[in-house]
Design a protein around this ligand. Structure first.
Ligand code: SF4
Ligand code: SF4
Length: 294
């Protein structure tokens, strides 16, 4: 597997507003159910990574994902049939995607597009690449797709903008982060023990209106989960909930700044905003630029 990522970031940016094809709406679904939210390519994190984020004061970078289910494996909350395991709502934890001024694929001028909190909008490089905070899912992308013989984001970018993004499509020999089925429970898929306490929360998940407390509730539950079970350690839950609630990192601060500055999603970025260093001003680690990589 070999990819050409310079000037791309197609797997880090929700570039649907640039793409005419409506079939790009729901392509990278993981598992049988439709997500409750509309986030594109949410990167699911493992329990250990969620813990690490909390311990590094970055719990405010995280957001949960729940799913809809139309079968018996669902619990009704806020009028939505939420996918559940044994009556307990199931969820992932991923990285938030605030709108940022980005110009991927050589487009003519920057647009406001929902973008991973860790993508440097100027260089289109990942600020946590290669660090302990770098998600396994990102390190191995698009390896899981190649193993499962599913179209990759690299190929979608090629189809829309040309160029050679997926340079070598040989599936990788091993993919440590490819957790499927029961082994994902408590490692990457978590359950919330108390559906009654989620009244109002589920509706806010649908409308991108989750509060800091809502997000902390799921983050702490994931961090306190036990592998292979639906159990939650209450002492771990309390600890990680305090960490997530107290997080006030450059990520959370910059996300608020971007939300305040942004025009409508997909709209051109005004010249007064271009070149602003919102994230660096809040303490984000720099990216090296592409010359340093080659
Ligand atoms: S963590 Fe880095 S590689 Fe992964 S989606 Fe975010 S910016 Fe992209
Ligand atoms: S879509 Fe493919 S080529 Fe583009 S940044 Fe992601 S991995 Fe790299």
């Amino acid at each position: 597997m070999e990819v050409n990522c310079e000037g791309c970031a197609g797997c880090c940016i929700d570039w649907r507003p640039l793409a005419a094809a409506p079939d790009r709406q729901d392509h990278e679904r993981r598992g049988p159910h439709r997500p409750l939210d509309d986030t594109y390519n949410l990167v699911p994190l493992t329990r250990e990574t969620v813990r690490r984020y909390c311990e590094e004061g970055l719990g405010d970078a995280l957001v949960p994902r729940l799913w809809l289910a139309e079968d018996d494996h669902a619990v009704t909350i806020d009028g939505h049939q939420v996918a559940a395991v044994g009556g307990k709502p199931a969820f992932f934890v991923g990285l938030r995607k605030p709108p940022k001024p980005v110009a991927p694929f050589g487009i003519d001028g920057a647009r406001w597009l929902r973008t991973c909190v860790f993508l440097d909008p100027a260089t289109l490089q990942c600020r946590v690449h290669g660090s302990e905070l770098y998600p396994t899912e990102c390190a191995e992308y698009p390896g899981h797709n190649l193993v499962l013989d599913r179209e990759t984001e690299c190929e979608r970018v090629e189809a829309a903008y040309g160029g050679d993004r997926l340079v070598d499509d040989e599936p990788p020999g091993s993919t440590a982060g490819l957790l499927l089925g029961p082994q994902a429970l408590g490692e990457k898929v978590f359950v919330h023990p108390d559906p009654d306490s989620l009244d109002g929360v589920v509706q806010r998940a649908v409308t991108r209106g989750l509060t800091r407390a809502d997000r902390a509730e799921f983050v702490a539950t994931a961090a306190a989960s036990a592998p292979g079970t639906t159990e939650r350690s209450e002492s771990h839950y309390e600890r990680y909930r305090d960490l997530a609630l107290g997080a006030d990192s450059w990520v959370g601060q910059a996300s608020r700044d971007w939300e305040a500055l942004a025009g409508g999603v997909g709209t051109p970025v005004s010249t007064s905003v271009l070149g602003t260093t919102v994230e660096e001003d809040r303490g984000a680690p720099a990216t090296p630029g592409w010359d340093a990589v080659e």
